[in-house]
Design a protein around this ligand. Structure first.
Ligand code: PLP
Length: 482
């Protein structure tokens, strides 16, 4: 495809024309409003979304950079942080900030840990951070930018990080350890209590990644669900991230990062006082920050309230139960592990779940594919209550179709090669050729037959050639072409 430049518009469009164009662009998007999307969207229903949007719009132009310009935003942020601390086992000492998302919260937490270690845990080598295999890629990304060494530890049979392995991974250079509540791939909560013991014994910083769980776990517990301790009630926890734009139902662009006390938060504050432009000081990584995102988070907390979050959580967990039972009743499918909360990972010993995912895509569902074991990932939110039964029916139909497919077309060359491990026998170039003949050669989950591609991605995970292919695809996707 040829690169092209979009000419800068010479005249502004009429508002109606402009909005119509935007609406047209949306037509190809995942159909999240009706609940057909099982990731990226946390939909509490249009009443709440409309309220939060209005709050966002009230602060559409305001900037949360300078605490003196818009005291309203400072107050809103302080209150959101405080309410989050109240929910997550904090006390008057807990402090924090609103960031632009989970990734920024994780960056800041690891940066603070690194700076804290300079004072409290001196080392000679490159600082190491212990990451469970299931920890979010944002941690690897942060290590990459912050010159930290990620040390990945395997999961136990329960898909939680194995504390004994974490203990073995500690070296003289370890400064921090991470646990998730829950981890995104399988929806299970790491043994935070055990990690806390390790952290205290070895003087390490423990960060809990409650990005996805932070605003559903506390309500699930209040509803009577038995859950392990994961928040500041666990003594070794130094920092915790919880995304407002997930189960907090706020607008995109908002996460909370909490610290056990403001001494720890100081490691992330930044100031530069020699600039001709005046004194610069910022709370987090961002300079200008969307006032709307802060106001929307406050509006979500105050507009929904505990009673509302309890209702939404109840609805979500009922739907999880319905889906779980439905999946377990389908012969040939099973869950990777019983989830602790609202994330399900579907796998199979009998069929190719990537082919199953293709069939679901054909039926208008948006699901993510995961590796080792190959699985289909569902993040359940309240909206899915209305589509759970339809999804289960489609899942059964999709399974029947895949079984039909594998009888008719045994030996999809690529899949056979990949699954049988013959790839090690084939020279790489041959394999790449094979791959480009068999598929588009690009990881496109919306393609008709993406299964072979995902099989390949799983087999070659971590291979520099595959990583390059993914980077090139990303580069191409964000290039204007005709
Ligand atoms: C979503 C998520 C993140 C990253 O958050 P972003 O808002 O996408 O930057 C990190 N950890 C977990 C467990 C998550 O679910």
């Amino acid at each position: 495809m040829k690169k092209k430049l979009t000419p800068f518009p010479s005249q502004g469009l009429e508002k109606e024309e402009l909005l119509n164009r935007l609406r047209t662009f949306k037509k190809e998007d995942a159909r999240w409003k009706s609940g057909r999307t099982f990731s990226h969207i946390y939909n509490p229903g249009s009443d709440i979304t409309d309220m939060v949007r209005e709050a966002y719009n009230l602060f559409f132009s305001e900037n949360a950079l300078n605490p003196y310009t818009f005291p309203s935003l400072r107050k809103l942020e302080n209150e959101v942080v405080s309410m989050a601390a109240h929910l997550l086992g904090g006390n008057e000492d807990t402090s924090g900030c609103i960031t632009n998302g989970g990734t920024e919260s994780i960056f800041l937490a690891l940066h603070s840990a690194r700076e804290w270690a300079k004072n409290h845990h001196p080392i000679i080598g490159k600082p190491e951070v212990i990451l469970p295999q299931s920890a979010h890629p944002a941690f690897h990304k942060a290590c990459h930018y912050l010159q930290l060494q990620p040390v990945v530890v395997p999961l136990g049979a329960d898909y939680k990080v194995n504390p004994a392995e974490a203990w073995k991974a500690i070296t003289n250079n370890t400064i921090a350890i991470v646990g998730s509540a829950p981890a995104y791939p399988h929806g299970v909560i790491d043994h935070i209590g055990k990690l806390s013991e390790l952290a205290i014994e070895n003087n390490l910083w423990l960060h809990v990644d409650a990005c996805v769980g932070g605003f559903i776990l506390p309500f699930a517990r209040k509803l009577g669900h038995l859950l392990p301790d994961f928040d500041f009630t666990v003594p070794g926890v130094q920092s915790l991230s919880a995304d407002l734009h997930k189960y907090g139902y706020a607008a995109k662009g908002a996460s909370v990062l909490l610290y056990r006390n403001s001494e720890l938060r100081k490691y992330q504050l930044y100031t530069y006082t020699q600039w001709p432009g005046g004194v610069y000081a910022s709370l987090g990584f961002g300079g200008t920050r969307a006032g709307g995102a802060v106001a929307a988070a406050w509006a979500a907390f105050c507009g929904i309230g505990e009673a509302g979050y309890l209702k939404l959580t109840e609805k979500t967990l009922q739907t999880v139960r319905r889906l779980r039972q439905g999946i377990e009743a389908i012969n040939g499918l099973k869950l990777v592990v019983q989830p602790d909360i609202s994330i399900l990972a579907i796998t199979s010993d009998k069929i190719d779940v990537f082919a199953l995912a293709d069939k679901l895509t054909e039926k208008g569902w948006f699901v993510n594919r995961q590796f080792r074991p190959p699985s289909i990932h569902l993040t359940v939110s309240p909206i899915h209550a209305v589509v759970a039964d339809e999804f289960l029916l489609d899942l059964q139909t999709a399974l029947d179709e895949v079984q039909q497919l594998s009888i008719n077309r045994i030996g999809n060359t690529l899949q056979t090669v990949a699954t049988k491990g013959l790839k090690w026998v084939l020279p790489k170039k041959t394999f790449s050729k094979l791959q480009s003949l068999t598929t588009s050669g690009k990881p496109d989950p919306s393609a008709k037959n993406a299964a072979a591609m995902f099989q390949l991605l799983q087999e070659y995970a971590g291979d520099p050639e595959i990583e390059l292919m993914v980077l090139n695809t990303l580069d191409e996707l964000y290039t204007n072409t005709e």
